[in-house]
Design a protein around this ligand. Sequence first.
Ligand code: SF4
Length: 216
Amino acid sequence: MTDAAATLALIAEEVAHCTACPLCRTRTNAVPGEGPADAEILLIGEGPGQREDALGRPFVGPSGDLLEQWLAEIGLTREQVFIANVVKCRPPGNRDPEPSEIAACAQFLDRQIAALAPKLIATLGRHSMNKFFPGGKITKIHGIRGVKRVGQTVFLPLFHPAYVLRNMNAMPDAIADIRLVPRLIARLNQRLHEEAGQPSEPENDQPTPPHQTSMF
Ligand code: SF4
């Protein structure tokens, strides 16, 4: 087992027994998150819903089905990405997590991010977005408009699948946003290559839109 895999397993074990906030009293199962320890992509949702709480797995049910469709758009399956949430236990009645609950749970997500060191973090929904894009409004910053790089990771704000299921007119934008993922990773790799002082190949044969020229 790699160091990252061992760290992720330890975090999952700690989450399963965590009593650091009141959500521990109403959960059926904690949902630490799942995926390969060498995943380049980390998707972060808000918190477990009823199905996730029952199964102890993130993004199952209709939102998970749609997320899998989005991943298929870029040739990926859910087994190739790491999927986590801002809070690991279900808020009763699917209410929003309280700021105190998000704060209590933050160390787990922060440690997952450190262990994974993903190339790309995609936020799904408001609470996840707020962690990395404070004050952002998803309808304004989703997709390319919100993309930013911090260190060796690119952050991409996406609509939450549950939101798109309720607002199907957002689907074309959601598909366009997920299709950015491979290009953003390619661009990051290119920049890291350049920063290491090595000549790099062009990102791909598609022209770079003007608003992306200063990206990264
Ligand atoms: S939501 Fe997070 S902090 Fe609260 S009990 Fe669950 S694992 Fe612990």
